[in-house]
Design a protein around this ligand. Structure first.
Ligand SMILES: [Zn+2]
Ligand SMILES: [Zn+2]
Length: 245
């Protein structure tokens, strides 16, 4: 009763907002009814190994599989951007709820020993004040009842944003900017679940998985809110180029 009253009071003083459109919502929700309906329509089913549709070549993939919820488009894209750039923090527990369900459906929850996230550089985190991938990882660990350790890897500050690079440069950049933390817990023989917000070429996840396996992890599985489709991106670029010419 007291905790409910406290929640109502907090709701009046600091209104709870939809993690997708920022509309004020009741304290027990993470997204508004309208966004929830739309997001449910946008849930996708892709290859459980490479997280793409159509499937891409698995030969060079280091991580052992990935669970993703959305294509990076439509309402899901707006929601990911809300989480990433506008403190739409409620999208993290929303994603965690759906990711946990999918992991349970695929019996990957029982295999998971530990949850971690793709690390953000200390400078970026200081400027932003939060790490969105860590928020997803924290909520997911809670939902799965698994330990969370986001201090396994570190992200060096390179000053370059990866999303502005092509696939080849992304790979080199990802390999250069992640490293194992000097002091970290023992993950030998463990299956690590690593979380991120958007899964693009897989360079980041491959670089992190390589490090985690080098630290002794038996298996590295991934979970991300959204996946991109390059064919679509290329079409968008072509449309943009046509408009400009
Ligand atoms: Zn909404
Ligand atoms: Zn595949």
């Amino acid at each position: 009763m007291i905790s409910r009253l406290k929640a109502i009071l907090v709701d009046i003083l600091l209104p709870n907002r939809c993690g997708s459109c920022a509309r004020v919502i009741s304290w027990d929700k993470t997204v508004c009814d309208k966004c929830e309906k739309q997001l449910e329509k946008e849930l996708i089913s892709v290859c459980k190994i490479c997280g793409k549709k159509p499937c891409k070549n698995h030969d060079l993939q280091v991580f052992d599989g990935i669970t993703v919820l959305f294509d990076y488009s439509g309402q899901a894209r707006k929601a990911v951007r809300m989480l990433k750039y506008h403190r739409g923090l409620n999208f993290a527990p929303y994603c965690a709820k759906h990711l946990a369900q999918r992991l349970r459906d695929d019996k990957l929850d029982v295999q998971t020993d530990l949850v971690t996230c793709v690390p953000m550089s200390r400078k970026k985190r200081r400027i932003k004040g939060y790490d969105h991938a860590e928020l997803i990882a924290r909520e997911l660990a809670k939902k799965l009842g698994k330990p969370l350790d986001c201090k396994l890897l570190v992200h060096a500050q390179t000053g370059t944003e990866q999303h502005s690079m092509n696939a080849k440069n992304r790979r080199a950049h990802a390999n250069a900017c992640f490293s194992c933390a000097e002091k970290h817990s023992d993950i030998s023989g463990k299956t690590v679940l690593i979380c991120d917000d958007i899964y693009t070429t897989g360079s980041t996840l491959n670089a992190c998985a390589l490090l985690l396996k080098g630290m002794g992890a038996k298996k590295v599985i991934a979970a991300a809110a959204a996946t991109t489709h390059f064919k679509l991106s290329k079409e968008r670029v072509d449309v943009k180029a046509r408009k400009q010419s």
